[in-house]
Design a binder for this molecule. Structure first.
Ligand code: C2E
Ligand code: CA
Ligand code: CA
Ligand code: CA
Length: 283
């Protein structure tokens, strides 16, 4: 139980560790972890959104939800500084719930305002792909009046590798609900192809490390081209992330890639800013 404490003697004196925490964390990280746990309850996580558009028409189709932590002293923290901590210390379920809640609520508001947008939420490799997730997603969609097809969950290949059989059962149930499934960071993991056959996914996202260099590096261009061809042949939506300029956009469109996300369209922004951005873009 997370509320139980035990003491451990270390070279620098007596430190109190929370049971369930990673004992290898430094004292600074343990303190930050405790702050994160409190911060999640106190509503300090903020969802930023980055728009996704059709490469062909430029139409905005949806957004990806990207978490930020509004830390009372350190200011706005990016996920790279706290997601790994959350993963090592059992905080991913709470974090995912907070992000899902804000993302689905916002999606409901947009749709009631007449924007048929989708929202994509990242599941960590350590997300609890279990009954609780299915129940909370279902309840959330009902509560905010959002159709399941408007929500996409992004998973990485590492989450699949951890427990393929169990993952498959949970993903099948989410698919039955109508929720979209996307493989994130595609091309960076292993055995990508077999997962595409076995899992009920509708989308792959080409990792930005390939997209950002595709005009300069022939090998990156070759990888992008193969993923686009594979996705097209399997009837999947192929999203290129990390599109930073018009030339990359044009090349991706030429290759037959369907959707894009990247700084060229817009950087991640707070929910309130997105509403104005969308209004300005739609004129
Ligand atoms: P990701 O899912 O691959 O998200 C894309 C990252 O690329 C985002 O970084 C985004 O800001 C950045 N990006 C987007 N377009 C461009 C571009 O054109 N150029 C460049 N250089 N970068 C671009 P961010 O927001 O810092 O998120 C980093 C990672 O943290 C995410 O990578 C994702 O793995 C994780 N993450 C973010 N939010 C969540 C969350 O709610 N839950 C979980 N479990 N992980 C999250
Ligand atoms: Ca993602
Ligand atoms: Ca990604
Ligand atoms: Ca990534």
């Amino acid at each position: 139980d997370a509320a139980m404490y035990y003491a451990k003697n270390s070279g620098s004196g007596l430190h109190v560790y929370e049971k369930g925490l990673d004992a290898n964390e430094t004292p600074e990280r343990l303190a930050l972890t405790a702050e994160l746990r409190q911060g999640i309850s106190a509503g300090q996580l903020e969802v930023y959104v980055q728009p996704q558009a059709s490469l062909h028409t430029g139409q905005v189709l949806g957004v990806e939800a990207l978490v930020r932590w509004r830390h009372p002293r350190h200011g706005l923290l990016f996920p790279d500084t706290f997601i790994p901590l959350a993963e090592r210390n059992g905080l991913i379920p709470q974090l995912t719930d907070a992000v899902l809640e804000q993302a689905v609520a916002a999606c409901g508001r947009w749709r009631r305002a007449g924007h048929r947008l989708t929202v994509s939420v990242n599941l960590s490799a350590r997300s609890n792909l279990n009954e609780n997730l299915i129940a909370s997603v279902q309840q959330l969609l009902t509560r905010h009046g959002v159709p399941a097809r408007a929500l996409t969950l992004e998973i990485t290949e590492s989450s699949v590798i951890r427990d393929p059989a169990r993952t498959r059962i949970v993903l099948d149930r989410l698919h039955d609900l109508g929720v979209g499934l996307s493989i994130d960071d595609f091309g960076t993991g292993y055995s990508s192809l077999s997962y595409l056959r076995q899992l009920p996914v509708q989308e792959v996202k080409i990792d930005k490390s390939f997209v950002m260099n595709m005009l300069a590096e022939a090998s990156d261009a070759a990888i992008v081209r193969s993923i686009v061809d594979l996705g097209t042949n399997l009837d999947l939506t192929v999203v290129a992330e990390g599109v930073e300029d018009a030339a990359t956009w044009a090349e991706l469109e030429r290759l037959g890639c369907t959707n894009m996300q990247g700084f060229y369209l817009a950087a991640p922004m707070p929910l309130a800013v997105f509403t104005d951005w969308l209004a300005a873009r739609e004129g």
